[in-house]
Design a protein around this ligand. Structure first.
Ligand code: NAD
Length: 260
């Protein structure tokens, strides 16, 4: 379905971003990976997923808190593959503390990586997408783009912000073939959430499995984690022609979290 297209997925060496990169490669899209840590393992996984369609996989290690790095990554994507047709803004970090205790530099990092980076990638991707009259921008927001939780001020502010950016980007391009939508997951068991499970287990003196149940029980009526594979299927749908007129939505996959 996406043969001949190129998708750049930020923060795709792990978790949800890697899952979405694999899902898009399976549909035949070439992939630009980004993120910290080992890139070769993820690259091999994405390559294997797209092998049947001879997809090409590249990697750029841009730090999404640095504008110059982002500019270099977007230019790299265009140089390697002609242009970036699908942009998935996924890179994100979390920090948990009350507002009055929130370290100022952590606030700045969360806003830079979870929100401002998407402004930069989007502004840099749009001209070529508009020229081609086809493009897909998918912002991995969160259920925290729709509702708040205590101790997550920077994260909730950034995620509400990216839902707003999604709507404005969708509106500005509403008469073109370029769409912009957001995905709002509830709990997904990735390294980002495992840290919160570990903290909960330590705080309550319970096992890892018990801590997972407590975490789910607080917020997610389904008592199930959403998986990166499920989120990837939603991203694939946003890229399909059936989604040509899906514009500016913030679609939660959250086990009923925001329905309460
Ligand atoms: P993760 O920690 O598994 O992956 C985060 C990715 O971002 C990694 O590849 C990491 O290297 C990369 N990254 C972090 N800082 C970066 C930087 N400065 N520059 C470039 N890359 C950087 O986390 P995840 O759970 O897969 O989260 C992915 C996205 O999904 C985030 O935006 C997160 O807020 C969102 N999300 C996650 C959950 C969840 O429950 N896990 C729920 C809702 C939304």
């Amino acid at each position: 379905m996406l043969k001949g297209k190129t998708a750049l997925v930020t923060g795709s060496t792990s978790g949800i971003g890697l899952g979405i990169a694999i899902g898009l490669a399976r549909q035949g899209a070439n992939i630009v990976l980004n993120g910290f840590g080992d890139a070769e393992g993820p690259r091999a996984q994405v390559q294997a997923a797209g092998q049947h369609a001879s997809v090409r996989v590249a990697y750029h290690g841009a730090d999404m808190s640095r504008v110059a790095d982002i500019e270099d990554m977007m230019a790299f994507g265009a140089r390697e593959f002609g242009q970036v047709d699908i942009l998935v803004n996924n890179a994100g970090i979390q920090h948990v503390a009350n507002v009055e205790d929130f370290p100022v530099e952590r606030w700045d990092s969360v806003i830079a990586i979870n929100l401002t980076s998407a402004f930069h990638t989007t502004r840099l991707a749009l001209p070529a997408m508009k020229a081609a009259n086809w493009g897909r921008i998918i912002n991995v927001a969160s259920v925290h783009g729709l509702v708040g939780s205590a101790q997550k001020s920077a994260y909730v502010a950034a995620k509400h912000g990216i839902v707003g950016l999604t709507k404005v980007t969708a509106l500005e391009n509403a008469t073109t073939g370029v769409t912009c939508n957001a995905i709002c997951p509830g709990w997904v068991l990735t390294p980002l959430v495992q840290k919160q499970v570990d903290a909960k287990a330590a705080a309550l003196g319970v096992s890892n499995e018990e801590a997972k149940k407590v975490l789910l029980g607080e917020k997610e009526p389904s008592m199930q984690f959403t998986t990166p594979e499920e989120l990837a299927e939603l991203a694939v749908f946003f890229c399909s022609s059936a989604a040509n007129n899906v514009r500016g939505v913030a679609w939660n996959m959250d086990g009923g979290w925001a329905a309460q």
